[in-house]
Every structure is written in C-alpha cells, then in structure tokens.
Write a protein of this length. Structure first.
Length: 314
C-alpha cells in the first residue's frame, strides 16, 4: 500500500517553460490534447480533457478539432481515429501500447468465432481496429454490463479481457464465453494485497478496476472504470480509499479531493506504457506531427459500426 505518485523531477521554471511550449504549439495547430486518467500528472495538467476510455471515445467522436493529440496508449488513439476520420490524430508516445490488446489477433478471433458461431462478439475497446471490425459491438469497463444486457443474444463471446468478462458474468444471466486475455498490470494485484491493506486501514472504502482478478473484485466495495472511481469518491462520505488500479488515477483524486486520503493497494500498479508520455513527447509530437494514427478505410468503417453501437447504448 502506498500513497506516492510517479513525478518527473523538474524545477518549477523548467515545468513552466515546457507548459508554455505545449500551449503555444497547441494554439498554432488548433489542436486539442486529451489524456487518459493514468497519465503522469504534468501531462494530465496540460490536457483539455482527461477521462476514461469511454469518455475519451465519446469526446473524440464529437470533437470538431483539426488535430487531436492523444496522451494514452495506441488503441485509444486508434479509437479516436476511427470515430473522427477528418481529424489528424497524433499519439504522443510512439511505442505506448496495451499488451492486453495484443493478446488477440484476427486469426484468434476467427478461430473463436468458428468455435462459438451462435455467440455475439463483444470486444473490450482495449483491442486493435481489426478486432473491433470483427465484433458485433464494443464495450469499455464503464459500460460492459449494459452493453451485454442490450443485446438480444444469450451467449456472448467476450474478448480479450477474461477478468472484465468474468465480472460481467457475475452481473448478468447470459452465458459469457471468456477469451484468456488479461492486463499484466492489474493482474499483479492479489487478494492478499487487498486483505493486508484492509487490515491496515479497516475504515477505508476499497475500489478496484474490473480488470483485476475475480478474487480481488470479490473483496472490494465496488468494481468501477477509472472515471466511475472519481465520481464514487466524490459522492462517498468516506474519507479514505484503497485504490486498486493504475497509480496515475491518484493525481486527479488528490487534486479534486484534497481533504480525503488515497492509497494505491500495491506498488506494482504501474502501467509502463501509460508512463511513456512526458511533456517533451507532447511537444515533439506537435512539432513533427509524427506518430499519426490512421486506420485503413474498410476496417475503419466496420470498427466504427461496433463503436457506434456501443455509444448508442444508454
Ligand atoms: P478505463 O476505461 O476504466 O479508464 O480503463 C482503461 C484501461 O486501460 C484500464 O487498464
Ligand atoms: Fe493496457 Fe493494462 Fe495498461 Fe490499461 S493498464 S493500458 S489494460 S496494460
């Protein structure tokens, strides 16, 4: 259990100079900067919008900006490019990927579809555009249960996150077929970590991400997407919280709730890919317009259909 956050060591003068460069370039390009809740604090602080995968997808779909500078991992920027084809979508850190998204290939998906032809395919947004294109509908951690419930089908092939899929199976009567993908960062959190943290802080609320193992979720007060965690904390009368997700979320939690206490349940909860973006990357990306994310049009249209179906679920 720890209360620290990864901070990049800089002097106040260095930080303000970098921020100025970011804002100058952003204005010149008429760009918006969007960041995921796991990004380092200095990146979240220059973003026009910070959110979870669902909010960022919605926002990019509605965005009128010519340029979207995405601070997160590749599938998120790809989702923005699918939903907002007229914008130039730039990923701030070229190699920032989601290893879970890479656990399913098109070949894997086709094999699983052939094995379960009667099942509707629900793909977590943590997937490539090609996997989205081969799915009936997408979901995020914020709406996975609602998405599954919105379908007429009683059998669901849920890819690629077995833990989110298992969580959904505990909230629905439908048969959920689980593909064996997982998030290596959330998988590090064990039930023993949670038990120990609860012993140390028995009055704290325990909130975890549904990418955590089932036995971890079973010990929590709630399993929520990252932005749902932010809202849970705001409306909770509790004053301390044990957080079972990537430590970047604590930046916002501390900022919005200075009177409350937050602890990451295990120090291993760091996603190396989410930590690849620094202010220097945001600046360089806007200067060079490198790392432009594009999706072949035939795949984009099919992937957009699965995303649009998700966005239509109320
Ligand atoms: P959220 O959509 O809940 O922010 O989660 C994204 C993610 O990658 C979790 O690891
Ligand atoms: Fe992917 Fe896990 Fe990192 Fe989220 S925390 S981006 S699921 S590796």
């Amino acid at each position: 259990m720890h209360s620290g956050l990864i901070n990049i060591p800089r002097t106040a003068a260095e930080l303000s100079q970098l921020r100025e460069q970011v804002f100058d370039l952003k204005n010149k390009l008429n760009a918006i900067i969007v960041a995921h809740n796991y990004q380092v604090g200095e990146v979240q602080d220059v973003a026009d919008f910070v959110g979870d995968s669902y909010e960022l997808a919605r926002l990019c779909g509605d965005a009128k900006a010519k340029t979207i500078v995405f601070c997160g991992v590749d599938f998120m920027a790809e989702t923005a490019a699918i939903l907002s084809p007229d914008a130039m979508v730039l990923l701030s850190a070229a190699t920032a990927c989601c290893p879970m998204a890479n656990m399913i290939t098109e070949k894997d998906l086709n094999e699983w579809k052939a094995k379960y032809p009667q099942a509707a395919v629900v793909s977590y947004v943590n997937t490539s555009a090609a996997i989205k294109a081969g799915s009936d509908i997408c979901c995020t951690s914020a709406n996975a249960v609602k998405v599954v419930e919105s379908l007429p089908d009683n059998e669901i092939l849920f890819v690629p996150d077995q833990n989110l899929g298992h969580f959904v199976s505990t909230q629905t009567k439908k048969r959920i077929i689980l593909y064996p993908g997982f998030c290596a960062t959330h998988a590090k959190l064990t039930a023993d970590d949670v038990k120990l943290a609860k012993q140390n802080l028995p009055d704290a609320k325990v909130i975890v991400h549904p990418e955590c193992r089932p036995e971890v979720i079973a010990l929590a007060d709630a399993a929520l997407s990252t932005s749902q965690m932010i809202r849970y904390v705001q409306s909770s009368p509790a004053d301390s919280f044990l957080i079972g997700t990537e430590e970047g979320l604590l930046h916002r939690l501390h900022k919005d709730n200075p009177e409350k206490k937050f602890f990451v349940i295990a120090s291993s909860l760091i996603c190396p890919n989410m930590k690849k973006t620094k202010l220097e990357n945001v600046i360089e990306t806007m200067q060079t317009k490198a790392n432009r994310i594009t999706v072949p049009e035939d795949i984009r249209i099919k992937a957009k259909r699965a995303l649009d179906r998700m966005l239509a679920v109320k």
